[in-house]
Design a protein around this ligand. Structure first.
Ligand SMILES: Cc1cc2nc3c(=O)[nH]c(=O)nc-3n(C[C@H](O)[C@H](O)[C@H](O)COP(=O)(O)OP(=O)(O)OC[C@H]3O[C@@H](n4cnc5c(N)ncnc54)[C@H](O)[C@@H]3O)c2cc1C
Length: 418
């Protein structure tokens, strides 16, 4: 076989190693449920509230869920009559909170650890165009408040049909698997994991094969979660999201984020180390100094909260800490590859799925060539092998990812439509 083409430009995400995210999005562990999301977002007294994608009971792990939670937290602060509110984090939740506070005439200041706004949305300039290393799609498009904003701003968006990817490298009989998986997860015992369900199922797989079941779970769950299946809740870990008319933004989420950040008082490179809450107010402390306010909205991701990067004084209540312990974050990473020529088969849906080489190794690919006409692939990697592929420098990751995509055999029938 001839050597696969090398990308002419590339970018690689590192969300798992990033100290301000420590993972990709929040998930419910085997001992948790959506009630933990609600508990985490329950105000702590009258001056502190945690908001962000992790606190949305039905739209977690998505930008519009984060944004909505920010707005809700701002409304809560305003209803208590606070006049000056601090916001920790300038991701979608923080931007939603700060805009709503400003809209209601409150004083607000946002402290952001990074040198940019957007959090887990991250538009990067690559070879003359801007692509997303974080969030890409406007999910649940019809009910997505940010999709309405994108329409208002007349952004160019492209629909992706996730239900009919071109599947490379696996030919399985999968008819009926989707419903069977949903049924098994819905009836699994409380406290059991997806791995427990998989073990029981593959012991008696008829009419499918164990390998087909495993690959289906890789595609449906591992790819969407990026955590060991032993950790993920069977009953509650498979949450709503991908595939409901999703559209990706040509030119990146930065177009939305920059619009939302306009006119706000955002202090970049202001990591918060301590949050003190007293009867008189709150004080945020970091290397950049102190900021005092009547209340604070904290939008740090759950893995950052769990790592005790921020000291709360007094400590978060036991109920919040228990909820935090039931949630976690997985690792799904992205690679963007630009090529001189397009050398891969056309997928009618613009989407590809690859299985292999090993069990649990899965990647999904978006053909983003339509963005500016230059051949471009956006790959998402998850599963046990991600740690291995992402171990080296970016150039090695990009070369390995390109090799994986180009080495996959072409299988022409979309497995989910068989
Ligand atoms: C690879 C990838 C792909 C994704 N794809 C999609 C997608 O297609 N569609 C979708 O809807 N969602 C997607 N998501 C999820 C989406 O990006 C997040 O759900 C959403 O952006 C989270 O917003 P947030 O405001 O809750 O958190 P964040 O965006 O993480 O914002 C929190 C902010 O707090 C800051 N911060 C943390 N600690 C501190 C501190 N101590 N002091 C000060 N600041 C601090 C962080 O720097 C960050 O800016 C994806 C995520 C990843 C990683």
């Amino acid at each position: 076989m001839s050597a696969p083409p090398l990308p002419t430009a590339f970018a690689v995400s590192r969300w798992g190693e990033d100290p301000w995210s420590r993972g990709s999005w929040s998930l419910i562990g085997r001992h948790g449920s959506a009630a933990d999301r609600i508990q985490l977002g329950t105000p702590v007294g009258t001056r502190l509230r945690i908001a962000g994608e992790a606190t949305h009971p039905t739209r977690s792990g998505m930008t519009h869920g984060a944004y909505e939670q920010g707005i809700e937290a701002a409304a809560w602060a305003a209803e208590f009559g606070h006049r000056r509110v601090a916001v920790l984090g300038a991701g979608m939740a923080g931007l939603g909170a700060a805009r709503e506070l400003a809209h209601r005439g409150l004083d607000t200041q946002v402290w952001e650890a990074r040198d940019r706004v957007g959090g887990r949305t991250a538009g990067i300039d690559l070879d003359g165009f801007t692509f997303d290393l974080g969030a890409n799609w406007l999910q649940q498009y019809d009910q997505n408040v940010l999709a309405r904003l994108a329409e208002l701003l007349q952004l160019t968006t492209t629909a992706t049909d996730f239900t009919s990817p071109l599947v490379l490298g696996a030919a399985d009989h999968t008819s009926g698997l989707d419903q069977a998986l949903r049924d098994r997860l819905a009836t699994a015992a409380e406290g059991s994991s997806v791995a427990d369900v998989l073990t029981e199922w593959t012991a008696n797989p008829h009419p499918w094969t164990p390998a087909a079941i495993r690959r289906f779970i890789d595609a449906e769950i591992t790819m969407d979660a990026g955590v060991p299946l032993e950790w993920l809740s069977a009953r509650h870990g498979f949450e709503a999201g991908v595939g409901e008319g999703d559209q990706w933004i040509s030119g990146s989420y930065r177009l939305l984020v920059d619009h939302l950040a306009q006119g706000l008082d955002i202090r970049l490179e202001h990591p918060v180390h301590t949050i003190r809450v007293s009867t008189d107010g709150v004080t945020l402390t970091g290397e950049a100094g102190e900021f005092s306010a009547d209340a604070v909205i904290v939008t740090a991701p759950v893995a950052v909260l769990a790592a005790d990067v921020i000291e709360f004084s007094p400590p978060l209540p036991a109920e919040h800490r228990v909820a935090l312990g039931h949630l976690g974050m997985g690792r799904v990473e992205k690679v963007i590859l630009r090529f001189a020529e397009r050398s891969w088969p056309q997928s009618p849906s613009g989407y590809y799925r690859l299985h292999g080489p090993d069990e649990g190794s899965v990647s999904e690919w978006l053909d983003a060539t339509s963005a500016d006409g230059k051949p471009t692939l956006v790959g998402l990697f998850a599963g046990p092998w991600l740690e291995r592929i992402w171990a080296g420098p970016d150039a090695e990751v990009a070369a390995a990812a390109s090799q994986i995509f180009h080495a996959a055999g072409l299988y022409t029938r979309p497995s989910w439509q068989m």
